[in-house]
Design a protein around this ligand. Structure first.
Ligand code: HEM
Length: 148
């Protein structure tokens, strides 16, 4: 099971690196015409890249957590320090998944169409939330590994 941390870390780099890159792109690419050329082309590729990274993170994470008895602790309501850190990480991961799904639904619905104001707000808010939450997940991941 020790090899799983390699997959988990590579997927975490791809997943978080992708969201940071898209944030930088969103901030720097302000021209509407350029956006219309870039986003419809890279959007779907980026989407599949991110979904694959998240799936690898979830599968490797669940396997490692199962191996270390953390899933059992989570279900049993383990109140120890490590149980709490793992619980916090899992809650944050649930929110990350929620905002990711919201972002993807809007992205796929509107990839080649004009967005409404509400769709724009929801899309930008959800991607910013994924980025910020990822940084907090990373913080808990580091604490968790130092405790194991
Ligand atoms: C957005 C999702 C996730 C991210 C970005 C993430 C990130 C990370 C990172 C960077 C580490 C290594 C920390 C270090 O080396 O200091 C780690 C460790 C770990 N993660 Fe995740 N993770 C995610 C989801 C999950 C999930 C869903 C689970 C379990 C259900 C999980 C379980 C674990 C465990 C058990 C370790 C420690 C493994 C060990 O020390 O052997 N992770 N995570």
């Amino acid at each position: 099971m020790e090899f799983l941390i390699h997959f988990h870390l590579i997927a975490a780099m791809a997943w978080i690196g992708g969201s940071i890159f898209m944030f930088v792109l969103g901030v720097s690419l302000r021209d509407k015409n350029k956006q219309k050329q870039v986003y419809p082309n890279i959007g779907p590729i980026f989407g599949y890249f991110e979904v694959a990274s998240l799936l690898i993170l979830l599968v490797s994470g669940i396997l490692m957590a199962g191996d270390k008895g953390l899933i059992y602790g989570l279900l049993e309501g383990d109140e120890s320090a490590i149980g709490e850190v793992f619980y916090n990480k899992m809650m944050l991961v649930l929110f990350v998944i929620f905002f990711t799904i919201l972002h993807f639904v809007i992205a796929f619905k509107t990839n080649t169409k004009e967005r409404t104001k509400l769709q724009n707000i929801l899309s930008r808010t959800s991607s910013l939330m994924v980025l910020l939450l990822n940084l907090v997940v990373l913080h808990y991941a580091i604490i968790l590994r130092s405790m194991l």
